[in-house]
Design a binder for this molecule. Structure first.
Ligand code: SF4
Length: 723
């Protein structure tokens, strides 16, 4: 489908600019300026701003790179403390608050304790909190616990977190990527032998075509839009593949560009394909068939640097154009048109988001993207390659330093040698497996660092049941969210208030989606009773593991943690003196400017990806709004999608007519898992597709996971409209 409604829809623009200015004003201009320009990594997405170049500056040194998402994240941290009076209220009161209202309560500035059977939290002191947490863990069998971290925490806190768990006796260590990009790690491992982006930010500046697949960076990675605009300005193409026609990807009024602002926005997408939800593998097969028909494959690259091409070619011959058109809902002409654009370009970057990974076949989706790129030799050279658009600012780093159920034997051995300990090798539980074990009554304690695990989990009734069944929950957090007041059950809960990144007592590091490690100075003082996560974990370790040879007390100083990480985790050697040298760096052997693949035979592998079973007549994808970051809700209305409220149910207009549903009508969307009432809104979607906001629509999502990545299918849920 070509862009047919360009004049009417636009992202960014003066309203967004005014909103950002207003948010800064509400924070206080002085406080906001200090927070936004200090030498700390941006707290929101993993695109890559800040660090030693200073806030609002990207890896290329471009300043000022103001970003609404970054401002929103800061606005939360700059809030005053939640008044203690709030804790006089029973949980039943707090449970009435929306996600946004919870966020707006303020910063948590006291440890909170809920006794077994109690109906409310009470503020407690740190000594009690740490001693009680250690006592509870001491009576827990480590195998009946799990440790979960979001991507907010630093590399240093993450390393200590997983070390504490493993030395204590469990590998049940996981992170939020099991709900987002784990399929990327798995799909890239089979094809190119590594699990992260093959490009650095600079590669985007020379690409002449950028694919944006299953992602909405106008809301989720705002500064990436500038790279897309630059690509168009250079005469390049941007091809968007997304079932939903996202306004911000059609036109975007770029605040830094007066021309863009005054002209009502710059065209972002050169071409916009809207396949049916879940039909991407068929689309990629169609694109590859067309590339082969044109004869635009890179035969010499395929011969020298890849394996299994003939199996791929044979598979593409079997699938018919009729099948591809039926599955995708796209015409052969449209697919061939995009394939021709691809065939004519020399430097192509493939960027994708959770529209690819949130399926039961998420890994195969990623493998199919890699196939498409390899076909024209677009991996392993400058200005070309693969770019998974990662969510939270350090989600990639948390995985790199070992917050995952399995680390390599090399890392296990290195940790054992570094500390003189013996670590178990049993595979730990991933996130969903941990919750399923909890629901079966097999988890007694959980340590949860950041995030909103209850809210992020599919099937909200299941999430409540599973979390409630955990007898002791220990949360580390900067603010309260709905996950701190729902799914608590009758057991004990401790919530410990932590410093935000720019308040850390000693510098920390983070890793961007471009494999770039940044240093954050920390040091800003806002609240008087918060502590760094590493300090809390080390104090806990002292009581839980008093005889451990691991020098936890020393690890309160982050430099000591970095020195160990540099010895233990391959590629992070430069971490050892990063705070002295102030030299931020790309992790070795990740960015690929030559075709050297990390597979056993050194070649990239084409993978035959089977077509998934046909999508349901009406399939739901959960999505984020402009005023949201992961589970955090900053604004109730989505300024990029018709000012929709959080309960919007977006439908194709013809489907609405067929269902007898009017625009604005209250309807109930149902699935095998649950029901959700909301307001029907017509949106530019293919027939048979529906969108609703995450995490509210999690009531509809099932707990089945992609067997390879263990990621739930948040973006392909069979649903129907109830009468
Ligand atoms: S694009 Fe991402 S990293 Fe950059 S400022 Fe915005 S939220 Fe932060």
């Amino acid at each position: 489908m070509t862009i047919d409604d360009r004049p009417r829809i636009v992202g960014g623009g003066p309203k967004k600019l005014l909103y950002t200015v207003d948010t800064i004003r509400r924070m206080g201009v002085g406080k906001a300026a200090k927070a936004l320009t200090a030498h700390n990594t941006c707290k929101a997405c993993a695109y890559g701003m800040g660090g030693q170049k200073g806030g609002m500056t990207n890896e290329l040194g471009e300043f000022p790179s103001v970003c609404n998402k970054s401002v929103q994240a800061q606005s939360t941290d700059i809030q005053p403390a939640i008044p203690n009076e709030a804790f006089l209220h029973p949980l039943s009161d707090l449970q009435q608050l929306s996600g946004r209202e919870m966020e707006k309560l303020g910063r948590l500035n006291t440890p909170l304790f809920k006794a077994a059977g109690a109906d409310r939290y009470e503020p407690v002191n740190w000594d009690f909190a740490i001693a009680h947490a250690a006592a509870q863990l001491k009576v827990t069998d480590p195998n009946r616990s799990f440790f979960y971290s979001s991507g907010r925490s630093s590399n240093e806190a993450g390393f200590v977190f997983q070390l504490l768990a493993r030395v204590w006796g469990t590998n049940n260590v996981n992170n939020c990527s099991y709900y987002c990009h784990q399929a990327t790690s798995e799909g890239l491992a089979t094809t190119i032998g590594k699990g992260t982006a093959t490009v650095e930010l600079e590669d985007l500046t020379g690409a002449d075509l950028i694919f944006v697949i299953g992602a909405n960076p106008s809301s989720n990675h705002p500064r990436f839009i500038h790279m897309l605009k630059h690509c168009r300005d250079r005469g390049g193409d941007v091809i968007v593949i997304n079932p939903a026609k996202e306004p911000g990807l059609v036109k975007f009024a770029v605040p830094k560009s007066p021309t863009s602002m005054l002209s009502g926005g710059t065209e972002i997408a050169s071409d916009y394909l809207q396949p049916r939800i879940g039909s991407d593998i068929a689309l990629f097969k169609g694109l590859m068939k067309a590339v082969l028909a044109i004869g635009a494959e890179d035969r010499s690259f395929i011969a020298q640097h890849t394996a299994d091409f003939e199996a791929l070619r044979a598979d593409l011959e079997v699938v018919s154009w009729e099948e591809i058109e039926t599955i995708t809902g796209l015409s052969r002409t449209a697919i061939e048109r995009v394939a021709t654009r691809y065939a004519n370009r020399q430097n192509v970057v493939f960027a994708w988001g959770m529209g690819m990974t949130h399926h039961l076949h998420g890994v195969e989706n990623v493998e199919a993207i890699a196939n498409l790129a390899l076909l024209r030799g677009m991996i392993g050279k400058r200005y070309s390659g693969l770019l998974p658009l990662r969510g939270h600012s350090n989600v990639q780093g948390i995985g790199t330093i070992g917050v995952k159920p399995v680390v390599s034997e090399q890392v296990f051995v290195a940790m054992e040698q570094a500390f003189g300990v013996k670590l178990g090798r049993a595979k730990g539980l991933d996130t969903m497996a941990g919750l399923e074990a909890a629901a079966r009554g097999e988890i007694d304690s959980a340590v949860i660092m950041g995030g909103n695990l209850w809210g992020a989990t599919p099937d909200t009734a299941f999430a409540s049941r599973a979390m409630a069944a955990i007898g002791f929950k220990l949360f580390l957090t900067t603010t309260l969210n709905r996950g701190h007041v729902h799914g608590l059950g009758a057991g004990e809960v401790l919530i410990l208030p932590v410093t935000a990144r720019d308040e850390e007592w000693s510098p920390t590091t983070q890793e961007s989606m471009f494999n770039f490690v940044r240093l954050s100075d920390g040091g800003i003082e806002r609240l008087d009773n918060v502590r760094p996560e590493t300090v809390i974990l080390c104090d806990l370790a002292k009581l839980l593991l008093p005889d451990s040879p691991v020098p936890f007390e020393r690890f309160k100083e982050h430099r000591q943690v970095r020195e160990v990480i540099a010895k233990v985790v391959p590629g992070l050697e430069q971490l050892a003196d990063i705070d002295v040298a102030k030299r931020e760096f790309h992790i070795k052997h990740r960015v690929m400017h030559t075709p050297e693949f990390s597979t056993r035979d050194g070649k990239a592998h084409f993978v035959v990806t089977p077509l998934p079973k046909a999508a349901a007549p009406l399939t739901l994808a959960t999505v984020r709004s402009e005023g949201q970051f992961n589970t955090i809700i900053y604004e109730e209305q989505d300024s990029y999608r018709l000012k929709a409220g959080r309960d919007a149910i977006f439908l194709n207009r013809e489907d609405m007519a067929a269902f007898g549903v009017r625009d604005g009508q209250r309807v109930t969307l149902a699935s095998d898992t649950g029901r959700m009432e909301g307001t029907a809104m017509a949106f530019d979607l293919p027939r048979g597709s529906a969108l609703a906001y995450y995490p509210e629509a999690n009531v509809l999502c099932g707990t089945a996971v992609d067997p390879r990545s263990k990621t739930p299918a948040f973006k392909s849920v069979p649903v129907w409209i109830e009468a």
